[in-house]
Design a protein around this ligand. Structure first.
Ligand SMILES: [Fe+2]
Length: 402
C-alpha cells in the first residue's frame, strides 16, 4: 500500500484533495485501523463559541475565504442558539452563539470568551471508542446515540478533555447530509470582489491545548491511554525558555497523523508565561491555537493582510542571523520574501516548514491561528520558539500582562 491508496474522507474528496496532497500538507500516513483500540479518522469539526456568531461567520467568509455551507437556529427548530458551518478545503469550523440569554452558551462565553468548545473527531466505531475511553477512566459526557433526519443517521457520543473542552465522536458513514441532522444547507449572500480571498487554507494541521503547570504529562498520558495516540516530538523548557517566559510542550498524534495535539504547560520564568496569560483570560485550560495548512503561505499571508488580518511581527534580526541562515539552508523562496512578510522557517532531518502566527482572533489574548506550509518536516517549529516568544512577549508587555 502506498500513500496514494489511503482512504480519504468524503469531505476531503469533495474538496478535491488527494492522499498525496494531504501527505505533503499535514503529514498523512497509512495506518492499520484494525489493530487500533480507538481508530480516529480525523478531526470532524472545530466548534467555537462566539459572542456574535452571526458576525464571526461573515468574517470567516469575507476575510478567510471560507464557504458557509449549513446553518441551524431558531428558524430550523434550534431555539436557544445559532450554529454556522464553514468550510475551506477539508477544514470545517462550526460557530455557535447564544440566542436566548438562558442558553448554556451565554454562560460559556461569559467564562471563556470566544474559543474552541469542541474538537470533534470522526471515528469508525463510536461504541467501541466509548467502551475503550470508559475502561481507561475518561469522562463520558454523552453516551452513544443515533441522530437521524431525511439524509440518514449519525451516531455520536462525547468525552471530556482538558478544561471544559470536549471531543464529540462522530460516525457519519450512514449520513449524506451537509453536516449533521438538524442543519439546513445555507450559503452566504456575500459577493466576492475579483481577486478576493477564496479557500486560503486546505486542511487542519494541529490543534494545541494549554493546560496548567504540572498537568502536561497527565494529558499526554490521557491521549496515549484513551485514544492510543503516540508521542511525536518533545520540547523541554530549556529549549524554549526566554529570559521572561517559558513553557513545556509535547505532541501526541493519531495513527494516520491527521490529528496532532501539541500540549503546552507553563514553565517557571522570571515573569508571567504566555501560557499563564492564556489561562488567566480563558479562565481554564483550553485550545490555544489551530494550525491551518496551506500550499502557498506567501499568497495566503498577502491575501489575509490585505483583508486586515494581523500577524505577529518577526524581528529583522531573525533573518539576518547567520546561524539561522546556515540552519535553514535552501528553501523554495528567497529569504527576502519571507522577511518581508515575517514568515518563519524551521528545518529538521526530514525537511523544512514555513509558519506564521496571527494575533489573537477575539478580544481576549487567547485563541489564535497559525499558517503552516510543510516541505517534508513533521515538526512544529521548535527552532522558532525563541524568536516567536520574544515577539509574543512584546505584545504581552504592550497589554501590560508581562
Ligand atoms: Fe503550532
Amino acid at each position: 500500500m502506498t500513500i496514494a491508496d489511503i482512504r480519504l474522507t468524503p469531505r476531503e474528496r469533495a474538496a478535491h484533495l488527494r492522499a498525496n496532497d494531504l501527505h505533503r500538507l499535514v503529514g498523512l500516513v497509512e495506518h492499520d485501523d484494525a489493530a487500533d483500540p480507538f481508530p480516529v479518522v480525523g478531526i470532524d469539526a472545530v466548534v467555537f463559541v462566539c459572542g456574535n456568531a452571526t458576525q464571526s461567520a461573515h468574517y470567516f467568509v469575507s476575510t478567510w475565504g471560507m464557504t458557509l455551507v449549513a446553518y441551524a437556529g431558531p428558524e430550523t427548530g434550534q431555539r436557544d442558539h445559532k450554529s454556522f458551518v464553514l468550510e475551506s478545503g477539508s477544514v470545517r469550523f462550526v460557530l455557535e452563539g447564544a440566542v436566548s440569554p438562558d442558553s448554556p452558551l451565554a454562560d460559556r462565553h461569559r467564562r471563556n470568551g470566544d474559543g474552541v468548545v469542541d474538537l470533534a473527531l470522526e471515528v469508525l466505531d463510536v461504541d467501541r471508542c466509548i467502551e475503550r475511553a470508559r475502561s481507561q477512566g475518561a469522562t463520558v459526557l454523552e453516551e452513544p446515540h443515533d441522530v437521524t433526519d431525511d439524509f440518514g443517521t449519525v451516531r455520536r457520543a462525547a468525552i471530556a478533555t482538558y478544561g471544559s473542552t470536549r471531543h464529540t465522536l462522530v460516525d457519519r458513514s450512514r449520513y449524506g447530509g451537509v453536516y449533521l441532522p438538524g442543519f439546513a444547507p445555507h450559503s452566504s449572500g456575500f459577493v466576492r470582489r475579483p481577486g478576493a480571498p477564496e479557500r486560503l487554507v486546505q486542511a487542519l494541521d494541529h490543534a494545541v491545548g494549554n493546560v496548567e503547570m504540572g498537568r502536561m504529562d497527565h494529558w499526554v498520558r490521557f491521549y496515549n491511554r484513551v485514544m492510543g495516540f503516540t508521542n511525536m516530538a518533545e520540547f523541554v523548557g530549556d529549549d524554549i525558555a526566554t529570559e521572561y517566559s517559558a513553557l513545556m510542550s509535547k505532541v501526541v498524534a493519531n495513527g494516520n497523523h491527521r490529528v496532532k495535539f501539541p500540549l503546552n504547560e507553563p514553565a517557571p520564568g522570571k515573569k508571567k508565561s504566555q501560557i499563564d496569560e492564556y489561562l488567566d483570560f480563558y479562565g481554564e485550560p483550553g485550545c490555544q491555537h489551530l494550525a491551518l495548512a496551506t500550499s502557498d503561505i506567501l499568497r495566503t499571508v498577502d491575501a489575509l493582510r490585505a483583508e486586515g488580518v494581523e500577524f505577529l511581527d518577526t524581528p529583522d534580526a531573525y533573518y539576518d542571523d547567520p546561524e539561522l541562515r546556515a540552519r535553514i539552508g535552501r528553501v523554495r523562496v528567497p529569504v527576502a520574501e519571507l522577511k518581508r512578510r515575517g514568515v518563519l522557517v524551521d528545518r529538521d532531518e526530514d525537511g523544512y516548514l514555513l509558519q506564521i502566527f496571527t494575533k489573537p482572533l477575539g478580544d481576549r489574548p487567547t485563541v489564535f491561528f497559525e499558517l503552516i506550509e510543510r516541505h517534508g518536516s513533521l515538526g512544529f517549529g521548535k527552532g522558532n520558539f525563541r524568536a516567536l516568544f520574544e515577539s509574543i512577549e512584546r505584545e504581552q508587555a504592550a497589554r501590560g500582562n508581562l
